[in-house]
Design a protein around this ligand. Structure first.
Ligand code: 13P
Length: 243
């Protein structure tokens, strides 16, 4: 059986005190969450110490939002796997569309970052997905196949999570229809050497649509942006009710 992984991506949100406040609300709400659902919080680097201090003995896994491929060096503004591991970080997002769109990340650097994460025993969550223009032009499959082909060169597929995040669905409230997300995720799976890679859906996941999303057979979890910022919303998401 493939693992279910529900991850929050806080993006550039929450100070240390706000992170602590979130945890105080959230920790009470996951007592009943079924054991086989992995819960991950991918937080800003400055919130890692707060999670590290307050999540001992908890089932919540600590995640980051990026990783550089070198262990140290003259790379202003970057962070290494060694630095992340110091805080008990277990996951990291790699190749998020916001990194590709606003910070010039390419499939080549995404590939280097994926391999660095694995070298440091961090589970990478590789994000792929198409723009609205690419979808309208019927390019969705080709774009995603191209991303996978380049991003996954020499990447160990036994230690990998993929998130299908259609860019037009991120932060827009316009969720990809769950059957369509299921279809694209099935297509992604067909491109992999390891069919057991957990594949999440991301893009306007909310308490109101998570049950339907998780009812889809190909979808193994969610990568949640805006709705992971409020503890009650994110709790409802990890406590989704299977149909
Ligand atoms: P939203 O859930 O805010 O649409 O963001 C999705 C996302 O980009 C998660 O990585």
């Amino acid at each position: 059986m493939r693992n279910i992984i529900i991850a929050g991506n806080w993006k550039m949100h929450k100070t240390q005190s706000e992170a602590l406040e979130f945890l105080q609300g959230f920790l009470h709400e996951i007592d009943e969450t079924p054991d086989h659902r992995e819960i991950v919080l991918c937080v800003p680097f400055t919130a890692l110490p707060v999670l590290s201090k307050n999540l001992h003995g908890s089932r919540i896994k600590i995640g980051a939002q990026n990783i550089h491929w070198e262990d140290s060096g003259a790379y202003t503004g970057e962070i290494s796997g060694t630095m992340l591991s110091e805080f008990g970080t277990r996951y990291t997002v790699v190749g998020h569309s916001e990194r590709r769109q606003y910070f010039g990340e390419t499939d080549e650097t995404v590939n280097l970052r994926l391999k660095a994460a694995q070298q440091h025993n961090l589970m990478p969550i590789l994000c792929v997905g198409e723009t609205k223009e690419q979808r309208d032009a019927g390019e969705t499959e080709n774009i995603i196949k191209g991303q996978l082909e380049k991003d996954l060169v020499d990447v160990d597929q036994s230690r990998l999570v993929i998130a299908y995040e259609p860019i037009w669905a991120i932060g827009t409230g316009e969720t990809c229809e769950s059957g369509e997300a299921n279809r694209v995720i099935g297509m992604i799976r067909s491109q992999l050497k390891n069919a057991d890679v957990p594949i999440q859906y991301g893009g306007s996941v909310k308490p109101g649509n998570i049950d339907e999303i998780m009812a889809q057979p190909e979808i193994d979890g969610a990568l949640v942006g805006g709705a992971s910022l409020a503890s009650s919303d994110f709790a409802r998401i990890v406590n989704y009710q299977p149909f």
